[in-house]
Design a protein around this ligand. Sequence first.
Ligand SMILES: [Zn+2]
Length: 438
Amino acid sequence: MIPVDAHVARLPLTPVDRTVSVRLVHARLIDGSGSDPIADAEVVIEGDRISYAGSYRASVTVEAATEVDLSGRTVLPGFIDTHLHMGSDLETSDAELAAAYGSQKVLGTAVTIRRTLLAGVTTARDLGGIDAGFRESIADGTILGPRLHLALSALSPTGGHSDYHLPSGAPTRSFATLDPIVDTDDDVRRTTRLLVRYGADVIKVCTSGGVSSPSDLPTDVGVPAEHIKIIRAETGKRQGQPVAAHAQGIQGILEAVRGGVASVEHGYEIDSEAIDLMLANETTLVPTLSAALRVPDPKLVPDYLYQKKVRWSAVAREHIAAALSAGVKVALGTDSGVCPHGRNLAELGHLVELGLSPMQAIVAGTSSAAELLRLDDHLGTVTAGKLADLVIIDSDPLTAITTIGDPDAVGAVLQGGRLVKDLHGWFGIPPALPAIGG
Ligand SMILES: [Zn+2]
């Protein structure tokens, strides 16, 4: 299989580290499709892909494969976090940020990226703040990390969510790798073309204001539906990069859905009109509950942010629960960077807290997330022919979904057939050593 589109071209990772040819036997398999678990399963990996996944075959001998007995354990697909910000940490003070060297920021981001992989996330979508060099450095084996899809920057009008200027005119921290301000139709066209040139896999727009921005509110409207249509006309002439909308208040959510976005990110004030439109358009909701439900320490963040957070957490809890029960398609996304990094799979527990079944939450973090990223031919389920991205845990997530949120409960991680984490020595071979942050 030769990938031709840019968004799948970097999936095969350069095999600089140990690639294992293994036969995993006797585990419980939850394959990510939503089908019932297989109690006594077998998964065979050859090179970077899965060659068999199904019931254990007692009469079959697999040539040249190391056999690993995983009795009592559960094999799952590598998880996909469709919304995070690897280069951000909302609770790092402005003074600390200003004091850091550029090299310290880059190396710190590389450590965050590695921690995210070891938490069980083998693919991630960064929705603003890091450049494509991180994606390329993972693909070529320089650092260990999730395969990345990138938005690079989030677009908004002057004074909108990604206009990081204080009312005094002074700039605050920036999420941008290019000027993200779009006010006119021509701004929208040119900026979309620039993002494509810089290697964006997804175009991120802010159709509402936000909680963490100093000069607007989640109820404010940002990029309008007509501008999303211009972006889609541009990407439609190229590789069809999907549009993801930061949308919190209901007016911003409706602009996003009417404009034809692939995903509504946050969606805190979603109502029945938006739910019906999203069901009809098959728009995915990425509710980012890890950030939404968490109220930060008031000593660590500005007061405006703390006050907005308290109010909007309550809004999200009520409205997102209604959307989940209505059956809106959901993909897992944490907004890590706005909440702490490295506990990404705690989002599964939050999705269950607001009404999904544990199996539905797992599907949101695997096959549904892969579909949103247009990577479902290669990732998202444990299926013969797909890339061998696996997470192995010591418990049954269908009876204890919150356990997996602790990165220490993620016993082993394979990415493209490469063993990158093996906390308990289940494989009997040393895992690939991370280049940075080992
Ligand atoms: Zn975000």
